[in-house]
Design a binder for this molecule. Structure first.
Ligand SMILES: Nc1ncnc2c1ncn2[C@@H]1O[C@H](COP(=O)(O)OP(=O)(O)OP(=O)(O)O)[C@@H](O)[C@H]1O
Length: 292
């Protein structure tokens, strides 16, 4: 798989705020690439530069190895965080309207199937639920058969079932070999959909690799969490750190660590043991939870 989009030393300032401080990214054709980061990390700025919507102060965006030009906009489909839809017309009428803007739009039947719009075709745009609206916006983004689909926090505000349904639609798009670039605040979403994730904070990329690779690199064994209830001893058990309200220990020797805790008279009420996941990685790298 070759790179469809590459970003080289991208920088962007707003007044004195350095939103993006020289990032490099390579995105493979046909992959799903996730950009994750806490609020204000610089994700939307980076993605809007990649979309060709705002210019960088410096740096380059390469599409298939060549600097992007005015034709690039025809290759991408964008689902924005908030878009107003025409009022007083139905979903079907809206799709027909937007299809008429393009020389060879995607077939109506394809749009309906890929984005599961069968049940809402005759519904007025004003009457759509959050999940239905996102399905509709995704359909609008893929009308021109884009090679790259940008989704900026596509499932924020949706209920868990609607989020899962939306993931199926993104997988439908991946099956068509389009490249998907998304930002998200949800680690389960990134794990389920993304082949590669980049974790961004304060304008820089902290890590960029497949999720499994990152977890293998940063963690060994399991994570034990025990609430400390404000009673933190001066000397912590081996390998332990304080993370918020918990004592956290990463260990490959579970039995020994549990025995050590008991010997140190830790109250083990509320103890949990789990395999480290992306949420843990995120906290380790940025010091904060993704949904703060
Ligand atoms: N148009 C703008 N004018 C001034 N400052 C801006 C502008 N857009 C973004 N910023 C600032 O740039 C920094 C990065 O913002 P950006 O929206 O790219 O972050 P983000 O990671 O997408 O955050 P969120 O998850 O909250 O959407 C923030 O400090 C933000 O306040």
């Amino acid at each position: 798989m070759s790179n469809i989009l590459s970003v080289r030393n991208l920088k962007k300032k707003y007044g004195s705020v350095e939103a993006v401080k020289g990032i490099d990214l390579s995105i493979r054709q046909g992959s799903c690439f996730g950009l994750l980061g806490p609020n204000g990390a610089g994700k939307t700025t980076s993605i809007e530069i990649m979309e060709g919507i705002i210019p960088p102060d410096s740096g380059e965006i390469l599409f298939r190895g060549k600097p992007i030009d005015r034709h690039f906009k025809q290759k991408v489909g964008i689902q924005f965080q908030s878009t107003s839809l025409p009022e007083f017309i139905t979903v079907k009428e809206t799709l027909e309207l937007f299809r008429s803007f393009y020389p060879s739009p995607r077939e109506m039947d394809d749009l309906i199937e890929i984005c599961s719009l069968q049940d809402i075709l005759d519904r007025d745009n004003r009457k759509l639920s959050g999940g239905q609206r996102q399905r509709m916006l995704l359909a609008l983004a893929i009308i021109p058969r884009p090679e790259i689909v940008f989704l900026d926090e596509p499932t924020t505000g949706l209920d868990p079932q609607a989020r899962r349904n939306f993931w199926n639609l993104i997988e439908n798009i991946k099956k068509e070999n389009a490249t998907v670039i998304l930002t998200t605040h949800y680690m389960d979403e990134a794990r389920r959909l993304c082949d590669t994730i980049a974790i961004m904070d304060k304008g820089i990329i902290l890590e960029c690799a497949p999720p499994e690779e990152l977890l293998d690199k940063h963690f060994e064994g399991v994570l034990i969490r025990v609430p400390h209830n404000g009673k933190i001893p001066e000397i912590l058990p081996e390998g332990a750190i304080i993370q918020g309200n918990n004592l956290e220990i990463q260990t490959t020797e579970l039995d020994k660590t549990l025995k050590d805790l008991q010997l140190n008279s830790w109250n083990l009420m509320g103890l949990s043991i789990h395999k480290p996941d992306l949420e843990d990685l995120f906290i380790k790298l940025t010091g904060s939870s993704l949904r703060n």
